[in-house]
Write a protein that binds this ligand. Structure first.
Ligand code: SAJ
Length: 420
């Protein structure tokens, strides 16, 4: 069995690059591969193409020591880690195109006893599929000793360099030997427990973790709608119920964002369309929450118009997909702001996002939208819509009192008596 001295990491995104850097930090020779010139150039210069705390230091050190370099072509290596995106296509079926391209790229380099690891979040059977793509390109390797494994990541953006080391890790092997071999590689940097299983269980485990969270957030979101109908403060209700020793309800919001929790459950639904009923319902509930929020704004706008006879000014506070970050990917807050701008074309929509310098592309060119500071927005608005509970908004509740407040996160609950 070949000793693993060099590792090619294919896909230098927010998982691949940190993994490459931490392997190099621990003495492994790493060759990074990416389709983007910008990423390859940045890494070779010892810099990073995106922001993640401490990552820049790790990359700079690894490149300086000669343990990390990047290129657009897949080189020969003892092990390969595939960390490319797995988006979904129309109808929510997973798109394995990037995994297939990575497999075709590495197949010509194989000699027969390498370890090929899939890290990308994937539907059940994707690791077997990746192996088949490789065997289709190199049929003679079926008789060789290739090992395949799936090792999903579970790191939280913003804490990646810490959680790569401290989180427990699931390693699914095509055989026991493959799992053991992958475990030995991850042991070079992972201090958490490394748990061995088969590839399909490992694939499903990652999907299930994010679906668990999605289902629980959907429960909170459904409660928030029921409570609005019943005239009950959902935040107080959840706080009270959570005093039960075996109850832990999550927090409602304007919907679920990011590129993981809003995507991964669909892979289970696609694999088991008849039986994944709660998982599908949760996705639909969470995806339906932004429209419910927009309907609340419409109702408030109608009231303001009735009372004052003029078109209301709306302040939308927050665009990121969760608090205190600048990540706008799949953000329900951003989508709500964009929809409001379209649906309230006669009104001014004042958008606030302390973590960005300019209006995101989705809002640019909309004549009735302006990016302004939080104080200015709240002062000018008739309707104040809190979409993200950034720390920077914590003290604005008092200022917003007296306006129509729609607090989707419950951040100002005590001050403004807002609805969810
Ligand atoms: N949210 C709520 N209510 C809550 C908690 C979250 O509405 O009570 C919303 C957030 O506002 C956000 C979305 O859910 O829009 C997702 O945020 P998150 O903090 O729950 O998760 P992510 O997407 O940043 O990271 C998740 C993590 N998975 C789990 O916690 C099970 C992380 O560990 C995974 O590595 C990551 O997905 C991934 O890469 O899959």
């Amino acid at each position: 069995m070949k000793k693993i001295e060099t590792v090619a990491v294919i896909g230098l995104g927010y998982i691949g690059l940190p993994t490459a850097a931490i392997l190099a930090e621990n003495g492994v020779k790493v060759l990074g591969v990416d389709v983007s010139d910008r990423t390859v150039d940045a890494v070779n210069a010892g810099t990073v193409p995106f922001v993640e705390p401490d990552l820049a230091d790790f990359v700079a050190r690894a490149v300086e020591k000669g343990l990390l370099s990047a290129s657009k072509e897949t080189p020969a290596a003892d092990a390969y880690i595939v960390a490319v995106p797995t988006p979904f296509k129309d109808g929510h079926s997973p798109d394995l195109g990037y995994i297939e391209a990575a497999a075709r790229g590495l197949a010509p380099q194989l000699t027969g006893d390498e370890l090929v690891i899939l890290e990308s979040t994937s539907p059940p059977g994707a690791t077997e599929h990746m192996a088949e793509v490789i065997y289709a390109a190199r049929p003679e390797l079926r008789e060789a000793e290739l090992d395949f494994a799936h090792c999903p990541e579970r790191v939280l953006p913003g804490r990646v360099m810490v959680e790569l080391v401290t989180n427990d890790r699931i390693v699914g092997g095509s055989t026991r030997r493959a799992a053991q071999r992958a475990k030995e590689l991850y042991e070079t940097f992972c201090e958490g427990e490394i748990l061995l299983t088969d590839t399909r269980t490992a694939e499903m485990a990652k999907l299930v973790e994010n679906s668990f969270r999605d289902v629980n957030i959907a429960f909170a979101n459904e409660l928030s709608v029921i409570c609005a109908e019943q005239g009950i403060d959902v935040w107080e209700l959840i706080e009270l119920a959570n005093h039960h020793p075996r109850v832990n309800i999550l927090q409602p919001g304007p919907g679920v964002g990011g590129h993981c929790i809003a995507v991964d459950p669909w892979f289970i639904v696609d694999a088991a369309p008849q039986t994944a009923r709660i998982i599908r319902a949760a996705r639909e509930i969470n995806d339906g929450k932004p429209q419910w929020v927009i309907d609340q704004v419409k109702a408030a706008a109608f009231d303001v118009q009735q009372e004052t006879g003029r078109t209301p000014v709306v302040a939308a506070l927050g665009l990121a997909f969760k608090p205190n970050i600048d990540d706008l990917r799949e953000s329900p807050a951003l989508n709500i702001a964009a929809d409001l701008a379209d649906q309230f074309s006669g009104s001014e929509v004042l958008v606030v996002e302390p973590n960005v310098e300019e209006l995101p592309a989705k809002l640019q060119g909309k004549a009735n939208v302006r990016l302004v500071g939080a104080d200015e927005a709240v002062e000018a608005a008739d309707i104040v819509l809190l979409l993200v509970d950034h720390d920077a908004f914590a003290d604005l509740g008092e200022k917003a009192a007296g306006k129509r407040v729609i607090d989707t996160r419950g951040q100002w609950r005590a001050e403004a008596g807002a609805s969810a």
